[in-house]
Write a protein that binds this ligand. Structure first.
Ligand code: PMP
Length: 442
C-alpha cells in the first residue's frame, strides 16, 4: 500500500520534502512516460523528474549504456580524473553546442546537482571580474543552495534563511501576462528593455559593476514563461556592451526541451557561460558549467569536490544526447508542444479559470486565475488562484496524470513530459486535464 510508505516517509524524512506532499505515491516501476505505484496504479508522468527525463524512464539506450559500464568493469568513481567514458561525454556535449560557443569553451564538472553548477558559475564570474554583485531576474529559479538561492527572484523559499548573498539586483523578466510595467505585449517588453538599459548605464542608479548576469531563456519553476527572442538579443547586446558576463541557465531548458537543443539558440545569441544539468545526465546526476576560455582565471583546485562526474552518468548522458540528436527530439518537442498548446487553448475556451496558456516546446504552463474577481488595479489580469490550481492537480492525479505546479503563486500548472511522448499520448493528457479542470471548477 502507498500509505505504508508515505507514513514511514513522513515520520523519517525532513519537513522540507516537497513533491510527496502533492504526489502521494510510492513508485515501484517506471517505463517511458509511465510510472506504476506499489498498488499497481499507472500514471502518466508529465513532471518527468522536473524536466530531467528527456527520454522518459528507463529508456533502452540509457539502460544499455549503464549496463556497459558495469559489464566492462569500468571505474565507478574517479574524482575528476579523466576516463574514455568521460572523454566521450565531453566530445558529445561540445559537438552539440553551437560551434561559435563551443570553439572557445572550457568545461568544469561540478557536484551532482544543478545548484552545484550555478554555484560554480557564480564563483567563476566573481573570480574573473573581481566584482561581487549579481544581476538576476524576477521569478527566476537557479537552485536551493546558499548562493543559487540568493539568485532566486521569488521570495517564498528565501524567507526563512537570513543572510543570503545581499548583492543581487533583480531585473524585470518579460512576463507579459503579469507585466511588471502594467502593460503587456510588445510595448511592455520594450519598456522593460529600456528600463534595464538605463539601469546598466546610470552610474548613480544603484547598480555597482556586477560580476555577471544570470537568466533562464524560458523560466521554468517561475511558471513556464518564455522570453521573446528579440528581448534575449537585447539583453545580450547590453551585457556585451558593458562587459558583463552573461550566464544562461539551461538546467531545465537544455537538450531539446524548448524545441532547440539549447534554448539560447532560438535567439541566436552566444552566452559567456552556460550551466547544464538534469537531462544531460540521462536521468543520473550530472552538472557542468561551460564557459568562454577568457573567464578561465581561477587557480588550479579553485573548484574541487569529490563527486564531479560519475561514469554511469557520463555513459547515460552520452547515450541520451546522441539519441536526442539522432531522433530529432528537439523538433519533435516543438511539434508535440504546439499540439498540446493548441489543445490547452481549446480547454481555456471551454472552462473558466485559465488566464493564460504559454510555453515553448515541451515546457508548457497554464496559469490558473480567479476570474470572479475584477481585474487588478493595473487592469492587467485576474488574481492567481493557487487553491484551484491545487484542486486541478489533485483531480489530474486521481485520473492517473502527474503534473506539477509552479509560478510565483504556485498557480501555474506545468507540463514537462518526456520528449519521447507521442501525439496520441499528448491527446490523452489533454483529455484528462480537461476533465480535471471541469471537476475542479464544479
Ligand atoms: N536552474 C533551473 C533553471 C532549474 O530548473 C533547477 C531545478 N529545477 C535548478 C537550477 C537547480 O537544479 P537542482 O535542483 O538539480 O539543484
Amino acid at each position: 500500500k502507498n500509505e505504508q510508505y508515505l507514513d514511514s516517509q513522513a515520520k523519517r524524512e525532513s519537513n522540507a520534502r516537497s513533491y510527496p506532499r502533492r504526489i502521494p505515491i510510492a513508485i515501484r516501476e517506471a517505463n517511458g512516460i509511465y510510472v506504476k505505484d506499489v498498488e499497481g496504479k499507472v500514471f502518466i508522468d508529465c513532471l518527468g523528474g522536473a524536466g530531467t527525463l528527456a527520454l522518459g524512464h528507463n529508456h533502452p539506450v540509457v539502460i544499455e549504456a549503464i549496463k556497459r559500464v558495469l559489464d566492462d568493469k569500468l571505474p565507478l568513481h574517479t574524482l575528476d580524473l579523466t576516463t574514455p567514458v568521460k572523454e566521450e561525454f565531453v566530445e558529445e556535449l561540445f559537438t552539440s553546442l553551437p560551434e561559435k560557443f563551443a570553439k572557445n569553451a572550457r568545461i568544469q564538472f561540478c557536484g551532482p546537482s544543478g545548484s552545484d553548477a550555478v554555484e560554480a558559475a557564480l564563483k567563476l564570474v566573481k573570480t574573473a571580474t573581481g566584482n561581487r554583485s549579481m544581476l538576476a531576474f524576477q521569478g527566476g529559479y537557479h537552485g536551493m543552495t546558499h548562493g543559487s538561492l540568493s539568485l532566486m527572484g521569488n521570495l517564498g523559499p528565501k524567507k526563512q534563511i537570513p543572510g543570503l548573498m545581499p548583492d543581487v539586483h533583480f531585473l524585470p523578466f518579460p512576463y507579459d501576462y503579469r507585466c511588471p510595467f502594467g502593460i503587456g505585449g510588445k510595448e511592455g517588453v520594450e519598456i522593460g528593455q529600456t528600463y534595464i538599459e538605463q539601469l546598466l548605464h546610470d552610474p548613480e542608479g544603484g547598480i555597482v559593476p556586477p560580476a555577471g548576469m544570470i537568466m533562464e531563456i524560458v523560466q521554468g519553476e517561475g511558471g513556464a514563461i518564455p522570453a521573446p527572442d528579440s528581448w534575449v538579443r537585447e539583453i545580450r547586446r547590453m551585457t556585451k556592451a558593458k562587459g558583463i558576463p552573461l550566464i544562461i541557465d539551461e538546467i531545465q531548458t537544455g537538450l531539446g526541451r524548448t524545441g532547440k537543443l539549447f534554448a539560447f539558440e532560438h535567439a541566436g545569441i552566444t552566452p559567456d557561460v552556460v550551466v547544464l544539468s538534469k537531462a544531460i545526465g540521462g536521468s543520473l546526476p550530472l552538472a557542468v558549467v561551460v564557459y568562454h576560455e577568457d573567464l578561465d582565471k581561477w587557480n588550479p583546485g579553485a573548484h574541487a569536490g569529490t563527486f564531479r562526474g560519475n561514469q554511469m552518468a557520463f555513459a547515460a548522458g552520452t547515450a541520451t544526447i546522441k539519441f536526442v540528436k539522432e531522433n530529432g527530439l528537439a523538433a519533435h518537442a516543438e511539434e508535440i508542444g504546439s499540439r498540446l498548446l493548441s489543445q490547452l487553448h481549446d480547454i481555456q475556451a471551454q472552462t473558466h479559470c485559465i488566464g493564460e496558456v504559454r510555453g515553448r516546446g515541451l515546457m508548457i504552463g497554464v496559469e490558473i486565475v480567479d476570474k470572479q474577481h475584477a481585474l487588478n488595479k493595473l487592469g492587467q489580469n485576474e488574481p492567481a488562484h493557487p487553491e484551484l490550481a491545487n484542486r486541478i492537480q489533485q483531480e489530474c492525479f486521481k485520473r492517473g496524470l502527474i503534473i506539477e505546479l509552479g509560478g510565483r503563486h504556485s498557480s501555474v500548472v506545468r507540463f514537462l513530459p518526456p520528449l519521447i511522448i507521442t501525439a496520441e499520448e499528448i491527446d490523452t493528457v489533454s483529455e484528462i486535464f480537461l476533465e480535471a479542470v471541469k471537476q475542479a471548477e464544479a
